[in-house]
Design a protein around this ligand. Structure first.
Ligand code: 1PR
Length: 524
């Protein structure tokens, strides 16, 4: 019996699914007594240090949690559940952590793309039972902007390199806490949880890496909508047109395809509910069901987009974007992606020059953390003869327009490309970063479904304008296109849909070609 401390700020569904999948019974903490009486406690933390400590305090969990840990019973902390063990965090000056261990939680230095999102390695500093069956060469999924700095170096179980070298997990007796997410780290991560559950005694001194490297992520994207018969299907457009001979293209079932990509080595799965702009997702329950079912089988990060915005139904009942996102997180999403609403928020911001503090981007990132908010950008090229012909940031392009125009800017669209707005992709990305977004999913309508390769000019200009990770999307036609995007730009991830759905290229093949070209990926 595992007791799980869910304080209500993120996706604990995948931790529950992982533990149950390994045969454990999971009991959720409802009151302080559940902590006091626990036999084995798992504390997955996500979001913001201030809001986490506030909730723990408000629920009267701090004292029993400290008591529990001091008693020496088994404890597994994940992410913020590791950071909480220390005295304080730069994320929330003046707020005390649990103070089990001496030391602070610091922010990654400027100049690094932040949050640190993706699969990185570990340098194992002492033998541990939780690595039983692993060889130390594995990569695990990280997503955080802050890292621990323990005073007692003997605590450090592993270290990881991301600009600096930092402690990525600690162990003391029965207490283990990791900055990475074992529940999101595929089979290797599940192995760590199993070792914890089985109280594995044997501890093998593993291979020790000299240095770890963040892998470039390969993401499989599933555009989902109902077809004309009312079935939820994975579809795929050509420049966002998903109909062929009048019918919505049907490329498979969402849960089955996601499970296939997980097994084939996708580092992340993205679902885009592409009619979310007109169908309210909380009424469109099949999508929530898809997430719930997928998160029972898929143990890599899941992003969901479509329809994340405020909504008033026909009876006048108001739902906030935060409520919509909360429902997605509860159903198993790790991140939500915001498309149309982001464009409208940025338009408003540019008009007034001020953040409202009330937008979906601000509210969701405040509660769930920046890393949980992805902005999905749907831009299209607008050609001009000279930069003077537009007020938007413009690039000189190698691919001239229909009338030989040598310049273009990238116009953002809403409602799945149906409506162009007077905002460009660079400005949109910068403002969204300022408002709290943690990642940019950069599509390109001109390239979508064309197999012509990523729009390097677009991707480069957006990546250079922001400090948050960028996912390149649209146009992948062969493994070499992934090599090109990672060599020509600094993006952290690349996403594709059509080539994977049509089985033209396998994820393993993409990774093999990337490795041959010296580009780090997560071994499958
Ligand atoms: O506006 O917040 O409701 O979100 C709607 C979401 O749905 C947005 O993220 C938007 O990108 C997406 N979307 C809307 N309509 C379409 C469509 O195709 N008609 N899909 C659509 C966007 C683009 C990609 C695609 C890549 C890779 N899909 O994500 O997967 O272009 O494709 P490829 O590798 O085959 O070239 P909101």
């Amino acid at each position: 019996m595992i007791t799980l401390l869910d304080y209500g700020a993120g996706n604990v569904r995948s931790v529950i699914n992982a533990l149950e999948g390994l045969g454990a019974s999971v009991k959720l903490v409802e009151g302080p007594d559940d902590i006091a009486s626990a036999e084995s406690l798992v504390f997955p933390g996500v979001g913001n240090f201030r809001s986490m400590m506030g909730i723990l305090d408000g629920k009267g969990f701090i004292a029993p949690l400290k008591e529990y840990i001091k008693s020496g019973r088994p404890f597994f902390g994940i992410c913020l559940g590791l950071q909480a063990l220390f005295e304080e965090s730069e994320e929330a000056p003046g707020i005390k952590g649990l103070g089990i261990f001496k030391g602070k939680v610091r922010r990654f230095p400027r100049g690094l793309s932040c949050p640190h999102i993706g699969w990185n390695g570990i340098i194992i500093r002492k033998p541990s039972r939780i690595f039983h069956g692993l060889d130390g060469n594995e990569k695990f999924y990280f997503v955080h902007s802050y890292f621990i700095e323990p005073e007692d170096k003997d605590l450090v179980l592993t270290e990881t390199d991301y600009g600096i070298r930092y402690a990525s997990s600690v162990q003391k007796g029965n207490l283990v806490a990791t900055q990475f997410h074992p529940e999101k780290s595929g089979e290797k991560g599940l192995r760590i949880l199993r070792n914890f559950l089985e109280n594995q005694k044997e501890s093998i001194p593993p291979l020790v890496l000299q240095k770890t490297r963040l892998a470039k992520r390969i993401i499989a994207c599933l555009d989902v909508r109902s077809n004309d018969q009312g079935d939820l299907v994975v579809t795929k457009g050509d420049q966002y047109d998903v109909r062929e001979k009048g019918e919505v293209r049907n490329l498979g079932k969402p849960v089955e395809l996601a499970a296939r990509y997980y097994k084939e080595g996708a580092d992340e799965i993205t679902f885009l509910n592409i009619t979310g702009f007109r169908d309210f997702p909380l009424k469109d329950m099949p999508m929530l069901e898809v997430l719930k079912r997928t998160s029972r089988e898929v143990f890599v990060p899941l992003t969901i987009g479509g329809g994340i915005r405020d909504y008033t139904d026909k009876d006048g009942r108001f739902y906030s974007a935060l409520q919509v996102a909360a429902e997605y997180f509860r159903s198993g999403a790790d991140k939500v992606s915001i498309g149309s609403d982001a464009v409208l928020i940025v338009e408003e911001y540019l008009k007034t020059g001020k953040a409202t503090g009330e937008s979906s981007i601000e509210l969701i990132s405040m509660v769930y953390g920046n890393q949980a908010v992805v902005i999905s950008v749907d831009p299209r090229r607008v050609y001009v003869s000279s930069p003077k012909d537009t007020s938007h940031p413009c690039i000189e392009t190698k691919f001239p327009g229909p009338n030989g125009e040598r310049y273009c800017w990238y116009q953002c669209t809403i409602k799945g490309g149906r409506e162009g707005r007077d905002v460009d992709a660079i400005t949109l990305s910068k403002v969204c970063e300022e408002l709290g977004a943690g990642e940019i999913l950069l599509n390109c309508i001109d390239r979508d479904g064309t197999n012509m390769g990523f729009d390097i000019e677009l991707i480069k200009s957006v990546k250079e304008a922001v400090n948050i990770p960028v996912i390149a999307s649209s146009g992948a036609g062969c493994p070499e296109h992934f090599v090109e995007v990672f060599k020509e730009t600094d993006v952290e991830a690349a996403l594709a849909a059509g080539i994977f759905h049509r089985k033209e290229v396998e994820i393993a093949e993409v990774k093999r070609v990337l490795m041959e070209n010296g580009i780090e990926t997560r071994p499958i």
